[in-house]
Design a protein around this ligand. Structure first.
Ligand code: ADP
Length: 486
């Protein structure tokens, strides 16, 4: 079975969020099941720099306004990458989607139409010698691949995965011809969305199978409240829509071997975690004190992530003796809010504004609990890392958070199955109450440690999700046994 992933970012080459983690780790897990996966990515400068053994496999003299090449290479872990080298579209530094002023690049429609166009060409076997049984497109940037393929006579099976319905890739209808799309595509059954071209809508309309990254999010997005205007489309395609919870790379996220942390530890030897806690308290200029429960946040600072609610619940956290360490960047007003909180509560609240991968590991290792108060959350990865590191998640009961954390209610505690704390509705008050529950349980060392060990024993890797994806591919593109074995 051969599968082409199409994605705009992929860890460790280029990452702004969870999509990159999935595009980097799921192919490796699928490879262990015998699937030959290649990831098609734009060759941003960081992709150029990170790609090992690059080899040109095809030349495209004219691709949406300039020449381009398709380059095969590998990334960490043996990940097979197809980089679309189109300097006029991708040779720009920094965030893949934004210019230096933080605005979307004005030609983002062309940039991701080009990626999708090339995906469709590869899907048709027209570029190089490798062609896939399945084209698996991720998020709006890859959605048009399925539109281009839909108008071909024969085509591979197609899968579209929604990582976040909030980003839909909407552009003026007048761009149809420039994007090499046929007039027929601009219909309600196609990619039209309120008189605009919807890249994500294209994926939803034309894919053979649609997945999203948790069963609860799959249900939520079919409701008016959470469907972001696409709930009707999603209900219409409900028979082919499923939810598969993401995993994390358990080699990169492993407290027993993690090179980024001060002291390694495991479920049966938690002592190192105490050392990591002291190191983290020092890093965030917090009081060095094992008795105070240390909460952390590793997140984009946005309203989606509910981090305004945490600011409002901060008095509760402090009142029950907690400390808070925040790593993140995003909306200016939230960055300012956390800076002000850190100044007002020096020694109890610390903040680092920015994106820092090694520090995110040190936070997972050193904190007692991780807060994820998202208003909506397709899957969420930081709570999975939290489970793996015995850093108990305190989460809103939405999307993938609801599917991955077992609340420490009385029944779950009695049965010995709790792994964290859930709260609903998603309000500052309910969050504050959950924080209080966590603080109370933290004071009971024996129970807290039992919960940590249980959390650390949860299966959060990619093996199970990869098997689910493979089953989906097989149902859409039954391949001969010989091909599966190869
Ligand atoms: P989203 O993709 O919506 O931002 P996810 O929880 O799915 O949220 O994935 C976020 C990923 O980005 C996680 O791997 C998390 O550790 C990482 N991350 C988020 N913010 C930061 C940051 N400031 N520094 C380092 N890593 C971060």
């Amino acid at each position: 079975m051969r599968v082409l992933f199409v994605a705009a970012e992929c860890f460790p080459l280029i990452k702004t969020g969870g999509l990159a983690d999935v595009a980097g780790a799921l192919p490796l897990a699928l490879a262990k099941l015998g699937v030959d996966v290649r990831v098609l990515l734009p060759a941003y400068p960081a992709v150029h720099d990170g790609l090992a053994e690059p080899q040109e496999v095809a030349a495209l003299p004219e691709l949406f306004g300039g020449p381009a090449r398709l380059v095969a290479g590998t990334a960490a872990g043996g990940l097979k990458v197809l980089a679309l080298d189109a300097p006029h579209l991708y040779d720009r530094p920094g965030n893949p989607y934004l210019d230096a002023d933080g605005e979307d690049w004005a030609d983002n429609d062309l940039r991701y139409a080009a990626l999708s166009w090339v995906a469709a060409e590869i899907g048709q076997g027209r570029l190089g010698t490798w062609w896939p049984h399945v084209v698996h497109a991720h998020d709006w940037q890859a959605g048009l691949a399925l539109a281009y393929l839909a108008f071909e006579e024969t085509r591979p099976a197609t899968v579209f995965t929604i990582h976040n319905l909030a980003f839909q890739g909407l552009f003026p209808a007048a761009r149809l011809t420039a994007l090499k799309l046929p007039d027929a595509a601009l219909s309600v059954d196609g990619l039209e969305f309120f008189n605009q071209i919807g890249f994500l809508k294209a994926g939803l309309s034309y894919a053979d199978g649609i997945t999203t990254v948790s069963p609860t999010y799959a249900r939520e997005i079919q409701t008016e409240a959470d469907g972001m205007g696409l709930d009707g489309v999603l209900r219409g395609r409900g028979e082919v829509l499923t939810g598969i919870v993401n995993g994390i790379d358990t080699e990169i996220w492993n407290p027993e071997t993690d090179p980024a942390i001060d002291a390694t530890y495991g479920a049966r030897r938690l002592r190192g975690k105490g050392i990591d806690k002291m190191a983290l308290q020092e890093r965030f200029a917090l009081e060095i004190d094992q008795a105070e429960p240390l909460f952390c946040v590793v997140s984009r600072l946005t309203e989606q992530k509910g981090l305004d609610l945490l600011l409002a619940a901060l008095p509760e956290l402090l009142d029950c003796g907690g400390q808070l360490a925040v790593l993140g960047s995003g909306a200016g007003w939230l960055e300012d809010g956390y800076r002000v909180a850190a100044e007002a509560h020096a020694g109890r609240v610390g903040v680092v504004i920015g994106y820092d991968e090694p520090l995110s590991h040190r936070m997972q290792a050193g904190a007692d609990a991780i807060l994820v108060p998202s208003r909506f959350e397709p899957c969420g990865l930081t709570q999975l890392c939290g489970l793996r590191y015995g850093t108990l998640p305190v989460v809103a009961r939405v999307g993938g958070l609801a599917d991955t954390v077992i609340d420490a209610n009385d029944a779950a505690l009695r049965d010995g199955v709790a792994t964290g704390f859930q709260f609903a509705p998603v309000t500052a008050e309910a969050l504050g109450f959950a924080i209080r529950r966590a603080c109370a349980l933290y004071a009971d060392r024996r129970r807290w440690q039992a919960m940590q060990r249980r959390a650390m024993s949860r299966e959060v890797g990619w093996a199970a999700p990869a098997a689910d994806y493979l089953a989906l591919y097989r149902s859409l593109a039954p391949a001969p046994a010989a091909a599966l074995a190869s």
